[in-house]
Design a protein around this ligand. Structure first.
Ligand code: AMP
Length: 226
């Protein structure tokens, strides 16, 4: 069995985090925790919590930190994540969330934070063409179009645009990424946890780069002070 990993993937909306997290979660046999997917599923099921978060999501605003921290705390306390670790996608998005995550994971902490680097003009093109399977959630776009029109290659479900992939919401989400989430790159760099990976190109090639960065870190001998 592959040893457990505890990873975070950072990157702008449209950088390919969702697609890459699915691939990494298969490679390392580890749960992919997407806070966006969890919130969308709550919103679809129409629970009180789902109704509470739906408006934030539609407008591209961040759900309040305390709410998100409770969601993640509960998820990280499940059997699979405690045994296998996790790949976090969409969390943390603010320094406050990053600090809370450190507390939740103490004393072990994260293995590595990957920053998937893609220029803004590229993500804008990708977001405009992004389609998601309404049944299984597989993501399609310019780099991996569906084989047959609007039909999912994996399950035959219908593809649709995400409700928050509108021009206004995309602008707002990228603005929030720059002001609230991008500072985390330095925050993790200062703590010796960051690896930057080029997110451009075929999804398979990006996955190989990510795996190389993760394995380099995992196989590095322990660092002794002095
Ligand atoms: P995503 O699928 O990661 O792009 O997330 C979709 C939406 O869910 C975001 O635009 C936010 O409204 C909300 N969301 C997801 N994760 C978080 C988080 N860690 N903090 C605040 N809001 C979040």
């Amino acid at each position: 069995m592959v040893p457990a990993v505890r990873l975070v993937l950072l990157g702008k909306q449209g950088a390919g985090k969702g697609t890459q997290c699915v691939r990494l979660s298969r490679h390392y046999v580890v749960p992919h925790i997407s806070t966006g997917d969890m919130l969308r599923s709550a919103a679809r099921s129409g629970t009180d919590f789902g109704r509470e978060v739906a408006d934030y999501m539609r407008m591209g605003e961040l759900v309040p930190d305390d709410v998100m921290i409770k969601v993640v705390e509960h998820r990280l306390d499940q059997h699979d994540t405690r045994n296998r670790g996790f790949i976090l996608d969409g969390f943390p998005r603010t320094t406050y969330q990053a600090e809370a995550l450190e507390d939740l994971l103490a004393p072990d902490g994260l293995d590595l934070v990957l920053d998937l680097e893609v220029a803004e003009e590229v993500v804008l093109k990708r977001l405009a063409s992004r389609r998601v399977c309404t049944v299984c959630g597989t993501i399609f776009g310019l780099d991996n179009p569906p084989r047959w029109r609007n039909i999912c290659d994996s399950c035959g479900g219908e593809l649709a645009q995400r409700e928050d992939d509108t021009e206004d919401s995309i602008r707002r989400r990228l603005e929030l990424y720059a002001t609230s989430t991008e500072p985390l790159i330095n925050w993790y760099l200062e703590r010796g946890k960051l690896a930057a990976v080029d997110g451009l190109g075929e999804p398979e090639r990006v996955t190989s780069r990510l795996i190389r960065a993760i394995d380099n870190r995992r196989h590095r001998p322990p660092q002794y002070p002095g």
